[in-house]
Design a protein around this ligand. Structure first.
Ligand SMILES: [Zn+2]
Length: 71
């Protein structure tokens, strides 16, 4: 059997930040979406098997979808 192994960055979560933030990419001022993401080793590009990184917190611009990492 032939396995196709790759990596993929998965994100989840969709809470609003509650604060108005200015996007440095497109200049939109809006409530950003808070997301958590992790990079996984995947089988067949879909099935996450092994996490390759720790959880990363980020916020996403609702207009241009640019992501900014937060602490
Ligand atoms: Zn933006």
């Amino acid at each position: 059997m032939f396995l196709i192994i790759g990596t993929k960055f998965f994100t989840w979560g969709g809470q609003k930040t509650g604060d108005m933030i200015r996007c440095s990419e497109c200049g939109t001022v809006a409530e950003f979406t808070e997301k958590t993401g992790m990079r996984f080793l995947t089988l067949f590009f879909i099935v996450p098997v092994i996490p390759l990184s720790g959880k990363k917190k980020m916020i996403e611009c609702p207009n241009c979808k640019a992501r900014f990492q937060t602490e």
